[in-house]
Design a binder for this molecule. Sequence first.
Ligand SMILES: [Zn+2]
Ligand SMILES: [Zn+2]
Length: 266
Amino acid sequence: MSSPKSVFNSRIRLLHIVNHVAVLLGIAALILGYISINYLWIGLAAYVWFVLIGTTIGMHRYFSHRSFKTNRAWEYVLGWSATVATVGPIVGWCGLHRYHHSHTDTDEDPHDPRRIGYWNAWNYNWKPSKFTRKSIKGELADPMIVFFSRHYFKTIFAYIAVLAIINPWLVVWCYCLPACGAYLAISAVTVIGHIHGYKTFDVGDKARNSWITWLLSCGEGWHNNHHARSWDHRQGYAWWELDPSGWVIENIIANDLSKPDWTKAV
Ligand SMILES: [Zn+2]
Ligand SMILES: [Zn+2]
């Protein structure tokens, strides 16, 4: 059997270069008055959807950490959104991210910014991760996850095609912009989440709680809390540690929060 694929490859990287250029063109068109301001509101809604639902809730808190339970319909929504967010196939992302948690800020960490450099950590020039098939055997046994990982680019381009048929500008605002947002969110957590902010828990790594990370990632900034309690669907514990993803999980997506009780964890 072939070894699991890493998160980023040259085709995803190329797609992101195109996405960033397209967003700049879209913003220029907006500023110059070629298109309606309504595209911006639609784009921001798509941005929040793919960063929150696709990336922080779907890819991170659900698939990588299994920090809550939900029904199969939501699993498909999370799986599709995580895929279209263009941060890498679910299978590889889970494997690499779990490896990061078990080797944080060591030579084995695929993206420790102090070891590989801030630019490389920010732009996914990460070290090859040595995660095993065993660490993702649950994902490999799920036909839905295998489907989205195997048909990764087809899933993304099918979405792009539907948008293009409706209105080509929607490709920029409902795909390119959210994909750039997901890229930014993960880069911010990977780099700033390990260098800036305060620590609530002393867990022996360099993860920090940071409002800058929080802003850039739509609420995924309490990274020290997360490294201390990665099994918890919540990341914010203090009153100022607002946690929109945690709220959405509790009130909309989860049907079972029977993981360890976060209120007793602090
Ligand atoms: Zn981390
Ligand atoms: Zn994590």
